[in-house]
Design a protein around this ligand. Structure first.
Ligand SMILES: Cc1cc2nc3c(=O)[nH]c(=O)nc-3n(C[C@H](O)[C@H](O)[C@H](O)COP(=O)(O)OP(=O)(O)OC[C@H]3O[C@@H](n4cnc5c(N)ncnc54)[C@H](O)[C@@H]3O)c2cc1C
Length: 434
């Protein structure tokens, strides 16, 4: 029987395994060095915040795997020898495969800062990071201040986590406004104010120079690059982005860039070896997407797609319209299609922006300046329906249509009705003055 071996028990690897099982009787093994069972990485924050126990982040009961004849192996793959189709484990054993899928996810970036490996310095990616945080920041007495380095979606989650235990946070952000590489100005500015309103010490245009140690090898303070200021702290969270977790493949025959290089069928340069999820890098980016897509649902889609190919129905990875969602403290964020920040915005992209007076809700609609075609929408503090925008993007609706039909996209019509007139009025005003 063909043996399918998947390295990585994250959303991409597990989705692949489940779908191969639905479609076939192949022997399936999933390997992970991190945990015995699949868990939802996006829910890690709620464990620290006390909303759920770690066990609750596991979407499947422990018996599920055996029942579905999916073998689980705990171990770290140290090397892959593709000629003999053999995996070598750090623990000393080996495993043979017929088809190999690399689904090893990401690891937090470290940029060679002095002190980056001290006790109390951590990323926020793996379960072990959560355990480390629990150890070094159980409460505000043990951790008098935490410094977070890097202002992305994981950084803001870590800030919220620490905030929930009343641990003072200093947040170092290289950019001059929060996440403005992605968000347009109005949104990024609103998030800056929202972070500060939560008593988080947000330092924009600020870089980390060095992390200092006490006499026991624990974090004592950080030094700021621009001013030389020393900030005492007990924990440093490194959240300056993630990189594919593929170092163990360096000596293999598998082609690597930043990630594992794959074509549209998620195949690598080596026969019978594939890559999916955060660690896969497309040779050519798909549309406006990045060649590496480090988000949950694309990992799931890649897993579903590759299961078809492995079971004899070869199909391309076609992710459709871009969407994503996240949370900035109390403000939910959703994005559909493309809305660019200042950086990388095409010359033809125009924006309509509306913000509520309470400074916690806004929307930005992107459209083509000549054709008026609807290109994308960002919503903050207002929930909208994914399917509606997906249809409008496919049907290439224009911006007038979208603004006038926003109630149809509304997730919660009662709630939204408070804003719809305001949005329409603002749109008409902006058009008249444009
Ligand atoms: C705190 C946090 C919040 C997030 N929130 C969101 C969100 O709101 N929305 C969103 O879209 N995305 C979010 N993400 C990103 C999302 O979680 C990832 O895109 C997704 O989990 C990646 O899945 P994956 O299957 O590619 O890899 P992973 O989930 O990283 O799984 C890979 C597994 O492989 C294991 N592994 C790696 N190398 C080896 C080896 N050599 N041997 C054995 N095992 C190995 C790893 O330890 C890991 O267990 C968040 C991420 C984090 C960290």
């Amino acid at each position: 029987m063909e043996h399918i071996v998947i390295i990585g028990n994250g959303i991409s690897g597990v989705t692949l395994a489940r779908h191969i099982r639905k479609l076939s009787d192949k022997k399936i093994t999933i390997i992970s060095a991190e945990t015995d069972y699949f868990f939802s990485r996006t829910a890690l924050m709620y464990v620290y915040m006390g909303h759920m126990k770690f066990e609750h982040t596991q979407p499947y009961e422990n018996w599920f795997w055996k029942k579905n004849r999916i073998e689980l192996k705990k171990g770290y793959v140290k090397t892959v020898e593709t000629k003999s189709k053999t995996l070598y484990f750090a623990e000393g054993d080996t495993m043979q495969y017929d088809k190999l899928i690399i689904a090893t996810g990401s690891k937090p970036n470290k940029f060679g800062w002095p002190g980056q490996d001290l006790e109390g310095v951590m990323g926020m990616y793996h379960k072990q990071d959560l355990e480390n945080l629990e150890k070094h920041a159980p409460n505000k007495e043990v951790c008098k201040r935490a410094v977070i380095v890097g202002g992305g979606l994981i950084g803001i989650e870590l800030a919220e986590m620490l905030n929930s235990r009343s641990i003072p946070v200093t947040f170092l952000v290289r950019e001059d406004s929060f996440w403005n590489g992605v968000l347009p100005e109005g949104e990024s500015g609103m998030i800056n104010r929202h972070i500060k309103n939560h008593h988080i010490d947000l330092r924009l245009s600020t870089n980390l120079k060095e992390i200092k140690s006490d006499e026991n090898g624990n974090v004592k303070s950080v030094i700021i690059e621009e001013t030389g200021e020393e900030i005492p702290c007990n924990v440093v969270g490194l959240t300056a982005g993630v990189t594919p977790n593929i170092d163990f493949l360096k000596d293999s025959e598998i082609e690597l860039g930043r990630g594992v290089k794959v074509n549209r069928f998620l195949e690598t340069n080596v026969k019978d070896v594939y890559a999916i999820g955060d660690c896969a890098e497309q040779h050519e980016a798909i549309g406006n997407r990045r060649p590496i897509e480090a988000v949950w649902y694309t990992g799931r889609m890649m897993g579903e797609t590759l299961a078809q190919t492995i079971c004899g129905n070869k199909i391309e990875y076609k992710p459709g319209h871009w969407f994503n969602s996240a949370k900035f403290l109390d403000i939910e964020y959703q994005t559909y299609g493309w809305v660019f920040g200042e950086r990388g915005r095409p010359e033809y992209e125009k924006h309509f922006h509306w913000k509520h007076n309470d400074d916690t809700k806004c929307i930005t609609v992107a459209y083509h300046k000549d054709t008026k075609e609807f290109l994308g929408i960002n919503t903050f503090g207002i929930r909208m329906r994914h399917e509606t925008f997906d249809t409008w993007l496919t049907e290439k609706k224009d911006v007038d249509y979208v603004i006038n039909h926003l109630p149809e996209a509304n997730f919660d019509p009662e709630f939204y009705s408070k804003f719809e007139n305001e949005i329409l009025k603002a749109y008409n005003n902006q058009l008249q003055t444009a």
